[in-house]
Structures are given as structure tokens and as C-alpha cells.
Design a protein around this ligand. Structure first.
Ligand code: ZN
Length: 136
């Protein structure tokens, strides 16, 4: 088995698994249960691994690349475009902790040993790594 993709949440893992299996590629998810039961462990176990047989790797990698490069849409079905390079391949599940509210929430979570109560959801261009918010 060869890892074709690693992801940090079980929803994305199952979306990829469904896409691969609908194309006839059998796959297995590794470390899914560990990450599902303790969401703070993906760093320790290197996330959920989507593994395929060696003979299916090229086909699976192509399918995963198609999923990664698909265009993103925001809530009112507007195409999200990178303000830096006009690319439409956007990661819309990027959680940033680069603002003061996220920093304070992280410190509170650390002090109380609880889950983070606030992170800001932002967009990140997969091509140039620019992090941005949509204009209001
Ligand atoms: Zn960009």
C-alpha cells in the first residue's frame, strides 16, 4: 500500500475515499480512528493516510490532484479567486491563528486544557500560499 494523500480530518478522508472507490480504485484509511477520537493528535500521527495498492497509485494520484485543483465557491456560489495570482484552486478550510482573537483563544485553551474555542476561517491559495479573506 502506498499513501496517495494525507489529510487532517475524517470528512476529507472519506470524500477522497469515495471519489477513489467510485472510480474503481480500492483504498484504505490509516490512523482514521486515532484522529477521530482525539483531534489534537494529527500532528503526532502525521494525519489520516489514504493508501492505495501500488498498481493503482498513478490513477489515484491523478484523481486526488483533480480534487485538489478543483475551483472553490463561497456561500452565495461565487467563484473564489486568489487576489495575488488569480488562481481558482483555493483551500477554503484553512484555519488561521494569526489574529489577536485566535491567539487569546489559544492561550485560554492552553491554560484550561480545553479545545480551542475560536479559530478564524480564511482562504489559502494552493498555488502561491496567499492567505486572504473575502471582501464583505
Ligand atoms: Zn495565488
Amino acid at each position: 500500500m502506498i499513501t496517495v494523500k494525507t489529510v487532517d480530518n475524517p470528512i476529507d478522508a472519506h470524500l477522497i475515499k469515495t471519489k477513489l472507490e467510485s472510480a474503481g480504485v480500492l483504498c484504505q484509511l490509516f490512523d482514521e480512528n486515532i484522529v477521530t477520537h482525539n483531534p489534537l493528535l494529527p500532528v503526532a500521527v502525521c494525519s489520516i493516510k489514504v493508501n492505495v495498492a501500488a498498481k493503482d497509485y498513478e490513477h489515484a494520484a491523478t484523481l486526488v490532484e483533480e480534487m485538489d485543483s478543483a475551483a472553490s465557491y463561497d456561500e452565495p456560489d461565487e467563484l473564489v479567486v486568489c487576489p495575488n495570482c488569480d488562481c481558482t484552486s483555493i483551500d477554503n478550510k484553512f484555519y488561521s491563528q494569526n489574529d489577536i482573537r485566535s491567539l487569546l483563544a489559544s492561550l485560554f485553551s492552553l491554560a484550561t486544557m480545553s479545545y480551542p474555542i475560536y479559530v478564524s476561517k480564511r482562504y489559502r491559495c494552493k498555488k502561491c500560499d496567499t492567505v486572504f479573506d473575502l471582501p464583505q
